[in-house]
Design a protein around this ligand. Structure first.
Ligand code: GLC
Length: 727
C-alpha cells in the first residue's frame, strides 16, 4: 500500500508511550518529539483554520484539533462549521458576564480573577481550547464602537485587570487570546487603516497592557489586529510580532490572526503569525466558497516551502508554537472539567456588576429608598432590552436575562414603565430610522406619566446597533441618540426626582447634567444587569465603581479629536492612514496636562458614604533602585453605611528631559470599610513606576530628580501629596 504523503514513522503497537504524549515530560521535549514525527504537510495544516472556529491537529499522531470561541464576556453560541451562521444547538447557552469595561470599572483585581475563573469553567465545559479575549486595546476615542469590550484609557489599569483574568481562565486549561495586538483603537476602516504612532506612545500607552498580559499573565495566545501599523498588517507585522512580542517580551505562545486579518503568504510565513483564521472574509459577513486549503498559510505556503522559496524553519517554528498551545489546552489531561453552574456563575457576574456601577453625580436623591419612593416611573429602552445580543463577535445566547425593569418591580411598591424613545431596528450596517412623530409621541407619553409619580428612573444610553456600541462601526456622534437629551430635560421639568442610570460602553455628552439630581454610569452588565442596577439605585448595594475612562464635556475636548481627521478617523484618500497626533497624552493625560477638565474625570466615582484621607507617611524622603519607597495612608469611612473606596496613586515627574504627562496612574487599592472604620492602604514605589520610554535610546529611563506622589479618589480629586527625590 503506497503511503500517503511520503514516508511516515508509525508508532508500532509495542512501542512505549511516545514522548509527545507523555505529560510527565517537559513540554519542549514533547514539542520536539512531535515535530520530529510530523511531515511538512502536517505542520502546514497546523497553521491555518479548518473551519470557522477550529484549526487542525495531527490526526495520524492523535494530536487533537483546537477549538476556539468568542468572547471576552462569555462563551459564544455554537457557529456553523465554516460560516457565521449559528448552529442553533439546544445546549450552548452561557452566562453573560459584564462587559470588560465594567470589569475595569471595579478597579478590583479580585473581580478579574473571579471573572477568569468562572468564564473559564464555562469555556472548559463547552470544550473550548481558546477563549478569544480579553481585549485590552486602549480607549483613545469615545466613538470607538468596541470600547465596551476593552478596559479603558489607562494602560496600567488595563494591564492590572487583564492579568488575573488570564491567569484564572488558563487554570481551567483554556487559553486566553489577548486582543487585538496592536493599535486597533477604532472600528472605522479597521481592516486596513494604517496607524502611525511614535515609539513613546506605542511603548507607554498602547503596548503595556499587552506586555503585562504576556510577561505576568503568561497568556498562551494573542490575536493579531486587523489594522496596519507602519504599513504592515498587524497579523503579520515583523516589528510587533518578531521584534517586540517574541524578541523583547519572550512570548512563547501562539499568534492567532483576527478573522480575515491575513493578507500575504510571505509576510505571514516570516513575520510571526502562527494560525491563520477566517481568511477571505471581511471578518464578519462575506465568505468564500473555497476550502481552507486556499488560505495564505495553506497550499500557497506549502508550495513555497517545497520550492525552497521559504525556509522549513518558518513552519517548524509555527508548528512548535501551535503544538505548545495544544499541549497546554486540548491535551491537558490535568485540567479541571469545568461546569455550567449557572447559579454560581450568575452570582459571580452579580458581584462583578455590583462593583462596577459608577455613581457620577448625587445631590442626595440616591439611594432611592423604597420606603419613601413608592410609585416610580421607569423610562428608557435599556430597562427592558436584551443587550447581550448584538454588538458583533462578543454577543451571547443567554438562558436567563434579568432586566432592570423586572428587578425594579421587585423593589418598589408600584412601578410604571414608558419607553420614552425607540431605537431603530438593527440592520447590518446601522439601523432603521425612527420617525420623528413616533419619537415625539413616546416622549410626550413618558413626560405626562412623570408628573404624578414619586420618582423617575431613566435607563437609556446606547445599545449594540450599528454606529452605537458595536464591532465593525464607530459612533457617528458623541451625544445620546433617539432624542434622549430632550426626554431627560423634559422629565426633569415634570418631576424633581429624576435618576439617570444609562447603559453604555462609551462616554457621551450630558447637556442636562445641571438639571439632573442623580446620574449613574451603568454598563453592559449581562445576565445580572437588572438586579445589579436595582440594588445600586435602591441602596441595597453601595456603588464603588470608578470611571476607567474620562468623560469629556464635548468631543472637541478629547485628545484624539483635537488634531483633525488625520488623528481620527484617519484620511481615507491616503490609504487610509492615521496618525496618533496626541501621542502620549491620551485620556486624563490630556485633560490634566492641557488643563482641559473633563466633565467627569478618569477614576471618578462617588459613594453613599464619605471617605476621609488621613496624613500619608513615607518610608524615606529619597528613593534608590535598591530601596523602594513605601507610602501608607489611613482611610476612614466617615459616613453611615459600609462602602469601598479605590485609593489611586499617580506619579508626577517634576522635571524630565522629555515631556511627560502631568501625572500617570501607577497604583490603586480598593478598600472596604464599615461606618467609622479606619483602614490603611500601602503603596510600594519601584523604579519602574518612575520610568518613561526614551524612544531615541529605545529604553525605559528613570531620571534622578524630584517626583511627587499624588494620592486621590480620582485623577483630579487629590487628597495627599508626597514629594520625594529619586537618586
Ligand atoms: C472578529 C473580531 C474578533 C473575534 C473574531 C472571531 O472580527 O475582531 O475580536 O474574536 O472576529 O469572531
Amino acid at each position: 500500500m503506497a503511503l500517503l504523503g511520503g514516508s511516515m514513522a508509525f508508532a508500532g503497537a509495542d512501542d512505549a508511550v511516545p514522548a509527545y504524549l507523555d505529560e510527565r515530560l517537559p513540554i519542549e521535549q514533547r514539542v520536539e518529539d512531535a515535530l520530529a514525527r510530523m511531515t511538512r504537510e502536517e505542520k502546514v495544516a497546523l497553521c491555518h483554520a479548518q473551519g470557522k472556529f477550529s484549526s487542525a491537529g495531527v490526526p495520524r499522531l492523535g494530536i487533537p484539533e483546537l477549538w476556539m470561541s468568542d468572547g471576552p464576556h462569555g462563551v459564544r453560541a455554537e457557529v456553523n462549521w465554516n460560516d457565521w451562521g449559528y448552529a442553533n444547538w439546544a445546549n450552548d447557552y452561557s452566562t453573560a458576564f459584564p462587559a470588560l469595561t465594567a470589569l475595569a470599572a471595579t478597579w478590583n483585581p479580585q473581580m478579574a480573577a473571579l471573572y477568569g475563573r468562572n468564564i473559564g469553567e464555562e469555556a472548559r465545559y463547552r470544550e473550548k481550547d481558546v477563549l478569544l479575549g480579553p481585549g485590552v486595546n486602549i480607549y483613545r476615542t469615545p466613538l470607538n464602537g468596541r470600547n465596551f469590550e476593552y478596559m479603558g484609557e489607562d494602560p496600567y489599569l488595563a494591564g492590572e485587570m487583564a492579568v488575573p483574568y488570564i491567569q484564572e481562565l488558563q487554570k481551567n486549561g483554556v487559553a486566553a487570546c489577548v486582543k487585538h495586538f496592536a493599535l486597533n483603537n477604532q472600528e472605522t476602516w479597521r481592516g486596513n487603516v494604517d496607524v502611525r504612532v511614535s515609539d513613546r506612545a506605542l511603548y507607554e500607552i498602547y503596548l503595556p497592557a499587552f506586555k503585562k498580559a504576556v510577561t505576568e499573565g503568561k497568556t498562551w495566545s494573542i490575536m493579531g489586529a486587523y489594522n496596519q501599523y507602519d504599513g504592515q498588517h498587524a497579523c503579520h507585522n515583523s516589528r510587533l510580532l518578531c521584534d517586540i512580542l517574541r524578541g523583547e517580551w519572550g512570548f512563547d505562545g501562539a499568534v492567532i490572526s483576527d478573522w480575515g486579518g491575513t493578507h500575504d503568504t510571505r509576510q505571514a510565513a516570516l513575520n510571526g503569525l502562527d494560525i491563520e483564521m477566517g481568511t477571505y472574509t471581511n471578518g464578519l459577513t462575506s465568505e468564500s466558497e473555497f476550502t481552507c486549503d486556499d488560505y495564505y498559510l495553506a497550499n500557497p505556503y506549502l508550495k513555497m516551502l517545497e520550492s525552497g522559496e521559504l525556509p522549513d524553519s518558518s513552519v517548524n517554528a509555527k508548528a512548535a508554537n501551535v503544538l505548545r498551545l495544544i499541549f497546554r489546552t486540548a491535551m491537558n489531561s490535568g485540567a479541571p472539567r469545568g461546569s455550567l453552574d449557572f447559579a454560581k456563575h450568575y452570582a459571580a457576574a452579580k458581584r462583578i456588576a455590583d462593583e462596577s456601577i459608577v455613581l457620577l453625580k448625587n445631590d442626595g436623591l440616591l439611594p432611592l429608598r423604597p420606603d419613601r419612593y413608592k410609585r416610580v416611573l421607569v423610562v428608557g429602552e435599556n430597562a427592558v432590552r436584551n443587550l447581550t445580543e448584538g454588538g458583533g463577535s462578543s454577543e451571547l445566547k443567554v438562558k436567563d436575562m434579568f432586566t432592570p425593569l423586572d428587578a425594579l418591580k421587585e423593589v418598589y411598591a408600584e412601578v410604571l414603565y414608558a419607553p420614552g424613545y425607540k431605537s431603530g431596528r438593527p440592520i447590518y450596517d446601522g439601523e432603521e430610522l425612527v420617525a420623528q412623530d413616533v419619537l415625539d409621541s413616546l416622549r410626550r407619553e413618558a413626560v405626562a406619566m412623570a408628573k404624578d409619580v414619586d420618582a423617575v428612573i431613566f435607563i437609556g444610553g446606547l445599545n449594540k446597533n450599528g454606529f452605537q456600541d458595536t464591532e465593525g462601526t464607530d459612533r457617528r456622534e458623541y451625544s445620546l441618540p433617539w432624542g434622549q437629551d430632550r426626554i431627560i430635560e423634559e422629565l426633569c421639568d415634570a418631576n424633581p426626582n429624576v435618576v439617570v442610570a444609562n447603559v453604555t460602553g462609551n462616554a457621551y455628552s450630558m447637556p442636562w447634567i445641571g438639571k439632573v439630581p442623580a446620574v449613574m454610569q451603568s454598563w453592559y452588565l449581562g445576565t445580572m444587569i437588572g438586579p445589579a442596577m436595582a440594588d445600586a439605585i435602591s441602596g441595597k448595594v453601595n456603588p464603588s465603581g470608578k470611571m476607567p475612562y474620562s468623560i469629556p464635556r464635548r468631543l472637541e475636548d478629547c485628545a484624539a479629536h483635537s488634531f483633525g481627521p488625520e488623528a481620527y478617523p484617519g484620511v481615507e484618500s491616503s490609504g487610509p492612514r492615521q496618525e496618533y497626533r496626541e501621542d502620549i497624552l491620551v485620556g486624563y493625560r490630556w485633560h490634566d496636562t492641557k488643563s482641559i477638565p473633563a466633565l467627569f474625570p478618569f477614576g471618578h466615582g462617588l459613594s453613599y458614604t464619605k471617605f476621609e484621607y488621613g496624613k500619608p507617611t513615607a518610608s524615606a524622603k529619597e528613593m534608590t533602585d535598591g530601596a523602594p519607597l513605601v507610602v501608607r495612608i489611613p482611610i476612614t469611612n466617615a459616613g453611615g453605611v459600609e462602602g469601598s473606596e479605590v485609593v489611586q496613586l499617580y506619579v508626577s515627574d517634576l522635571k524630565s528631559t522629555l515631556p511627560r504627562p502631568l501625572k500617570e496612574l501607577k497604583g490603586f487599592s480598593k478598600i472596604s470599610l464599615k461606618p467609622g472604620e479606619t483602614g490603611e492602604v500601602e503603596f510600594r514605589i519601584l523604579p519602574e513606576h518612575l520610568r518613561y520610554f526614551d524612544d531615541a535610546a529605545h529604553q525605559w529611563v528613570a531620571e534622578p530628580g524630584k517626583f511627587m506622589l499624588l494620592i486621590g479618589s480620582s485623577s483630579t480629586d487629590i487628597h495627599a501629596k508626597v514629594p520625594f527625590t529619586y537618586k
